[in-house]
Design a protein around this ligand. Structure first.
Ligand code: FAD
Length: 484
């Protein structure tokens, strides 16, 4: 490439500096690098009619998480001599204009298997090929390239975790060091006629009138992802003994799992770096758990769903999806709304749904409980409806993983023991016997302290019974008032 030429790195996921091959390649032998994020109305147009704040496709907690991640990325790029450029509009139109006006010779973006990005990326690749622009689109969101696994399996995705493990083996890059530190990024070139904005706030995007209270305790960004990763890894015994599904789904002050999923979703954390760090811990302990229950095993569940999703036409639907059982689900908007809005009357289920709406994250088993309840457990509603609610509200909302788990929980695919149902009462009681979790997320019950409330009730009942006895059961309205 001639010196003086410009490259563009298009950030979508992969919002990080560490282990970012697209950024590294864009920086190589380029005089200028344009780091670009496009605010896409498809995901980010505010929807005032939605049942909770946010856009049609994303709840406000996830949008906030994304904006925080972008602000953190901008800061990191500034430290390397660059900055993040933010533009708004339909991404392929914005991109093509940028490529033309900035005279870009090389465009780099992380490979993405989601159908929405596959279609978008094809448009960009077609334009680049006609315009003679080099495209570099490496696989770095996942440990494996799903297409490689499918090819090894004769063109079909493996449909069980164990068969996936056999095909996958050890990732090819696993024993070589990843590029974790980047020392500099070439400067941004002339931005021509573009009006480049700073990373916007929720208010600037029209989601809120004022900066309001933050509901989710999880802050977005690579810095926070790496801090969280270090914190999780510092307890080597915990990492070595990690065993899912063991763990308390009601633990909310200190969750029982890593809560790295939103960082993996946006690529604030590299799954490959996470994998290597876990393997380093394993090397230094006597014994450790293994897939499917270990932490490495959790990352491999992610890979499994990515592979099946990539290789299955209509993976996100019942109709036309060959691996999905055809089930005559009911259609009932009122029941669906009651579930979505935490009005089922089952405190355990409702508390989980409030945690979803406010935090955008719940423990895996809590997700199991509400997904089972909506589908084969109690309401017999379509898993696609529940999937939509999760897809909008989760901060870790991930096309392949979310659809894969809904298929699983509704016994539509992968798992078929439909007689095994989570009780919406006793399962919760097992983990939350004193109702701490429930009262935390259901504010209406927050002020009720059973110990003092029942003591007070007993006192009042005692007084009333005594009065009844004294007056031989003939009690006037005024007598009752005197007891209040
Ligand atoms: P940890 O237990 O610490 O695991 C580490 C990482 O492994 C996770 O961050 C995640 O990337 C991966 N992982 C863990 N469990 C699974 C799993 N069952 N399938 C695939 N990958 C897994 N996870 C998402 O990331 N996005 C989703 O949209 C999503 N939707 C779900 C919907 C339903 C109905 C259910 C039952 C589960 C869903 N999950 C989803 C999977 C799982 O619940 C979360 O990944 C996990 O709870 C995230 O918490 P953690 O990061 O603390 O997980």
């Amino acid at each position: 490439m001639p010196s003086g030429s410009a490259s563009l790195i298009w950030f979508r996921k992969g919002l990080r500096i560490h282990d970012n091959p697209a950024l590294e390649y864009a920086s190589r032998a380029s005089a200028f690098v344009y780091p670009l994020f496009v605010i896409d109305p498809h995901y980010m147009e505010p929807d005032p009619k939605a049942f909770s704040p946010g856009s049609t496709r994303a709840g406000i907690s996830r949008i906030r998480f994304l904006l925080e991640s972008l602000a953190d990325l901008d800061l990191s790029l500034k430290k390397l001599g660059s900055r993040l450029l933010v533009l708004k509009g339909e991404p392929s139109e914005v991109l093509i204009r940028c490529l033309k006006e900035w005279d870009v010779k090389k465009i780099c973006f992380e490979y993405d298997t989601d159908p929405y990005y596959q279609a978008l990326d094809n448009k960009i690749k077609n334009y680049a090929s006609l315009a003679g622009i080099e495209v570099f689109s490496p696989v770095s969101h996942t440990l494996f390239n799903p297409a490689d696994i499918i090819e090894k399996n004769g063109g079909r995705p493996p449909l069980s975790y164990q068969s996936f493990l056999k095909l996958a083996g050890e990732p090819s890059w696993a024993s070589s060091p990843l590029l974790v530190e980047l020392s500099s990024v070439p400067p941004v070139g002339d931005v021509a006629s573009f009006e480049i904005s700073q990373v916007p706030t929720l208010k600037e995007l029209g989601y809120v009138q004022n900066d309001q209270e933050e509901l989710t305790p999880f802050r977005g960004g690579e810095s926070e992802a790496l801090r969280r990763l270090r914190e999780s890894l510092s307890d080597k015994e915990w990492v070595a003994n990690f065993e899912k599904p063991k763990g308390d789904p009601s633990a909310y002050i200190k969750p029982a799992t890593t809560v790295l999923s939103p960082y993996l979703k946006f690529g604030c954390l590299s799954s490959r770096y996470f994998y290597q760090c876990l393997k380093d811990v394993y090397k230094n302990v006597k014994r450790h758990t293994s897939p499917p229950v270990s932490l490495v095993g959790q990352l491999l569940w992610r890979e499994f769903f990515y592979t099946v999703a990539f290789g299955t036409p209509n993976f996100d639907k019942m109709n036309g999806n060959k691996i999905c059982k055809q089930i005559p689900w009911n259609d009932d908007d009122e029941l669906l709304a009651a579930w979505r809005e935490a009005r089922t009357g089952y405190p355990w289920i409702d508390a989980i749904m409030v945690q979803l709406r406010e935090w955008g994250w719940m423990h895996h088993l809590a997700r199991h409980c509400v997904a089972c309840f909506l589908t084969r457990g109690d309401l017999f509603l379509h898993w696609e409806k529940g999937r939509d609610v999760f897809e909008r509200l989760l901060i870790d909302s991930d096309w392949a993983i979310n659809n894969g788990n809904w298929l699983w929980l509704s016994c539509s695919s992968f798992f078929y023991q439909y007689n095994r149902i989570y009780s919406p009462t006793s399962f919760g009681k097992k983990y939350d016997p004193h109702g701490d979790y429930i009262r935390h997320f259901l504010p209406i019950l927050k002020v009720v302290s059973h110990d003092s409330a029942s003591k007070e009730c007993r006192r009042k009942m005692g007084e009333a019974y005594a009065l009844n006895k004294k007056l031989n059961g003939v009690v006037s309205e005024d007598d009752v008032k005197s007891l209040r």
